[in-house]
Ligand binder design. Sequence first.
Ligand code: F3S
Length: 403
Amino acid sequence: MKLTSEEQAMLDGAQGSATQKSIEILRALGKIYGAERLIPVTSVQISGVSFSNLGEAGLAWLSEMAAGGGRARVLATLNPAGMDIENWQALGITAEFARDQQRVLDAFARMNVITTASCTPYLIGNTPHFAEHIAWAESSAVCYANSVLGARTNREGGPSALAAALTGRTPEYGYHLDHARQPTVRVFVDADVDENSDYGALGKVIGERLQGSSKVPYIHGIKTATVENLKSFCASVATYGGVALFYMQDITPNAASVSLLKEQFRISLADIQQARDSMIDAQPEEVDFVSLGCPHLTIREIARIAELLDGKRVIKEFWITTARPTKQIADRAGYTAVIEAAGAKFAADTCCVVAPIKGRFKALVTDSAKACYYASSKHAFKTAIKPFDEVVLSAVEPLGSKA
Ligand code: F3S
């Protein structure tokens, strides 16, 4: 792989050991994937933030990179951490975990990484434009950036994303290149989808059909989709199929002509219903945990939760997961006060998947297909996927009951 003179100097250690290690990581990755060169990136999103995933070994590596002079050269933010950084006690996080999680965040801060911990960086200022080369790690955000924003990123791992931040570069392969971004299969959706959980179920169906194929779907038949629907779809199709790029006719940018594509398949309403049913194994009476915000909630979704909870009483553990800056808007708009008065809890900076809550609950209700997947596989919870409003209402005292 060809390096510029500046990159060669980085490799020779002229800019410190952390930069040197970073270039080594990127060069090794580039060699594996046949990249000819490194290219500049303008935005980075780093995964591997929860101490429950990193452990002491991961923290030691971050500390070493910080001590080795590693400093982010481009805008870099974090994926969710294992706790609400300001309000971890309310979520039942132990003091020991909180201390370790804070050590992780401090290491990132020493490297000038912005410690906003969110899987929706595109909602809070880390927002690339069409055709911008970036290096993001969170699979749902990668899919959203490539497909909805039209930016260009591979799915980075934690170390390669950090290396991109510390050098401002990434190897040029995969979704940075035009040929890898061409649609390869047409998908016709013969059903109306209009709700986050519908989009999650649709993402599961398409993802499972494409799993392991690296195919880029071009999806027909979706009439309208909100930002919230699209982030839900991205999270699901990435989780169930590893899809990092799709096109949706008349909804996402740069949907090139696909009339010559031979491969295609159709999705029916029954397929979507079957996918939805497969994510429900919890009985209503077993539900002891309710969570919204996978991926992290938009301010519009928080406003809707406040509207639905106004004057009601929450009787289940109910987490509202979002990015810290979005919560700050909710604070100012008065939504937080309404939601907390009802008894729901904000879980900013974290989520029901990366928080260390394995085995703590029996059954989760959510509107997220991705959350169903990980709540079951990682935390051993039963799950039920429902439409957004029904999720909120499943956490509250039934009408007419006495306190
Ligand atoms: Fe985000 Fe956690 Fe879901 S990182 S996409 S809320 S699993």
